[in-house]
Structures are given as C-alpha cells and as structure tokens.
Design a protein around this ligand. Structure first.
Ligand code: PLP
Length: 380
C-alpha cells in the first residue's frame, strides 16, 4: 500500500473527515509514470488523455514535465490551457465534434484535429482552416478489457480518401491514429494497426501526399488483479513493429496514455454499509459498499475492470461475495457473474481500499443520483 496515501487517509479519519468514499491520488506516482513512458518510448511525444483524470494538479504537473495533451471537448482544452501550456501542445482528438466547438478550439490556438470521415474533414476545413488532421482507423480492440474501438475510426481502406480530401481542402494531411482498446494487455496488438498505417502512408505518398505522424493512441494498462507487461515491453514491441512496417523511414509518433498515466496513482477508500444473505441457504453473501457504478466505479460495467480490494481482514479465510453499490438501482452491482472473494470475517463499517482507481473514476461519477454526492477527490 502506498504509504503517502495511507497516511493521508489516517489523518482524514483522525480529524473526523472520513464521511463517504473518496479517491486519493499521489502525484509522485504520476511523475514516475510519465518518466517511465518517456524512457520506454524515447522518440515519441506523450499526449496525456485528459479524460482519464482532469484534476488541475495532474494537468499542472504533466504540463511542467513537458507532456502534451489529448482532449475531447472545449472544456478539456480550456482545462489544459489553464496550466499555461501552449495550444501547440494540445490535440482535439475526438472524432465527433460540433463545428462551433472546432471554431472555438481554433480560436484558442488548437491546430491538430482527429477525423474519421469526410464530413468531419469538411467541418475542420471550414472552422479551422489550414490545420493538421490525422485520420483514425478502426482497430478491433481484441485483447483489451475496456473497448474503445467500435465507435471510432474508418476502415483503413477509407482513410486514404479521407486524408486526400483534407489535402484538397487546404488542410495538412498529417497522419494516422488508432486505439488498440483500453487496458490492452497484449503489446503485440499494435502490430496490425501499424501495418495498416504503413500501407496508408505508401498509398498517399504515391499520390503526392506525404503523411508524417502515427498516433499510437492509449491502451497502456494499469495493474488490477491480473499482471500486466511492463511499459518497457510495450516500447520495445511497438518499436519493432514500426521498424518492420516502415523500415528506415519511421514517422513521427505520439502516444496518448490515460489509464497508464494515472490509474495506479489513485486509491479509493470506501465503507462496507451492509453484509447480508438473501435466503438462509444462500451460498454467496451480498456485500454493499458506499460506492458503486454511479459514484465512481462505472468501469465495473459488464464486470470489465476488476479492481484489487484490500480489507483490514486480509489473510483470513475467503468466501465468494456479490459486491454491490449503495443506490436503489438494481444495475448498481459491481461483481456478481464472477463473485468477488472477500474475507469471511469482513464486518459492516469496515473501510476497504480499492486500488488502481486513479483513472476513469471521479469524472464517471454522477452529480447526485439518489442523493449520493459525487466521488470526492484529493490530490497529494
Ligand atoms: C480515452 C482515449 C485515450 C486513453 O486511453 P487509455 O486506454 O486510457 O490509455 C487515448 N486516446 C483517445 C483518442 C482516447 O479516446
């Protein structure tokens, strides 16, 4: 357990401020993660995916360390610019943008945009003339625990036409992007998308359009219950694929880590509200926490992300439990299809620590469903 976070939580309890669940994020770990990415992919620029955790302290730190930022909305762009970071370090990476938001981003100085179809290219040509665009290609997301693939991107065969259209309309056809799926535990999953990207580069070069950049996206995992390969391993495997498909003409590359940058820096403290059985001969207990799908743990949807949970009774005998949140909505169940093993001795009122919760928790929390306040967040 992270001793800085443990000490913070202890002080919070001593001072009687421990009412309700909270997420505590250690900036030292974010700094280490940034350094690890910079070392593992030394010729690649880091564009932190702001949506993973837009806490001002996180953005300030990353801006100071030299990171660039991948944003999805005008509000995220403004949050990044509030750090003092210049707009040439920011991409508008959402492929689904209102034309007036593109215009506002352009007015704020943003010149790098994602597209995945000709209609989006036309909006950018009108609202952000002369900007650089990269085209997102579909990626099947196999091997990822949280899919980010199906909704965005065009088939690689269409990307050439989209980028050519951009070129014709006076934009800079800058490159290709993809996302191999979030929490991608297989570093070899970048290979297929890099192969497709290299083919797009070659096709367009024949038509006199010279792409420069491959955006390798996010997908770098956080360790939850299962082990994950080291970032170094991702760096080496991706570099080998770049070599294989681009030869000695390796393009400029960027990565967009979100989860891998902040996931392991955060811990949620929650409380056991109730432990019960639904019938005398029930084989599983129900354990209800004061946090659930609606106040921070949305990524337990379909039981996709399984967080490590520590209790004061670790080491005791375990039994299978259904783990649920506190709201009066029956979808607010975290783990049921595959029950969660918890100590037999776990008690009502016990505090539990949910690890690896620095990414995709605070902002996934409802503003007050059922009167439960949004997840509190502290950055230390
Ligand atoms: C969400 C997102 C990311 C971050 O993905 P992680 O798996 O959290 O690293 C990166 N790029 C884009 C375009 C995204 O939408």
């Amino acid at each position: 357990m992270n001793t800085r976070i443990a000490e913070f939580l202890r002080a919070r309890r001593v001072e009687g401020r421990d009412d309700g669940p909270c997420m505590v994020l250690d900036l030292n770990i974010v700094r280490q993660n940034y350094d690890t990415f910079a070392k593992a992919l030394p010729d690649t620029r880091v564009f932190y995916a702001v949506k993973a955790n837009p806490a001002p302290e996180v953005l300030d730190l990353l801006a100071r360390l030299g990171s660039c930022f991948d944003t999805a909305s005008v509000v995220e762009i403004e949050q990044v610019l509030a750090t003092g970071c210049s707009p040439d370090r920011v991409s508008f990476g959402n492929t689904i943008k209102k034309e007036r938001d593109i215009a506002r981003a352009f007015a704020l100085g943003i010149r790098l945009f994602a597209v995945d179809c000709e209609a989006e290219v036309e909006k950018i040509a009108r609202a952000a003339p002369g900007s650089k665009v990269f085209c997102r290609i579909l990626c099947d997301g196999a091997g990822a625990e949280w899919p980010l693939s199906r909704k965005f991107g065009c088939v690689p065969e269409m990307a050439g036409a989209v980028l050519e259209h951009a070129h014709r309309l006076g934009l800079v056809a800058y490159g290709v992007s993809f996302h191999v799926g979030s929490q991608q535990r297989n570093p070899r999953m970048w290979d297929g998308a890099l192969k497709a990207s290299a083919a797009i580069f070659r096709d367009l070069a024949e038509k006199g359009v010279h792409l420069q950049m491959v955006n390798l996206g996010g997908g770098f995992p956080t360790k939850y219950l299962k082990d994950v390969p080291a970032v170094r391993n991702y760096g080496q495997t991706i570099f080998r694929s770049l070599r294989k498909h681009f030869g000695n003409r390796i393009p400029e590359t960027i990565i967009e880590p979100g989860r891998g940058m902040v996931g392991n820096a955060g811990v949620i403290e929650a409380e056991v509200v109730l432990i019960s059985k639904m019938s005398a001969d029930d084989t599983v207990k129900w354990v209800y926490l004061d946090i659930g799908k609606f106040n921070g743990l949305a990524e337990t949807m379909d039981e996709m992300i399984r967080y490590p949970i520590r209790t004061p009774f670790d080491g005791d005998e375990l039994e299978p439990c259904v783990l649920a949140g506190p709201t009066c909505d029956s979808v607010d169940v975290l783990y049921e299809k595959e029950p969660y093993m918890l100590p037999v001795s776990l008690e009502i009122g016990a505090r539990v620590l949910i690890e690896g919760t620095g990414a995709y928790t605070t902002t996934y929390s409802a503003v007050g469903f059922n009167g439960f306040p949004p997840l509190k967040s502290y950055v230390i």
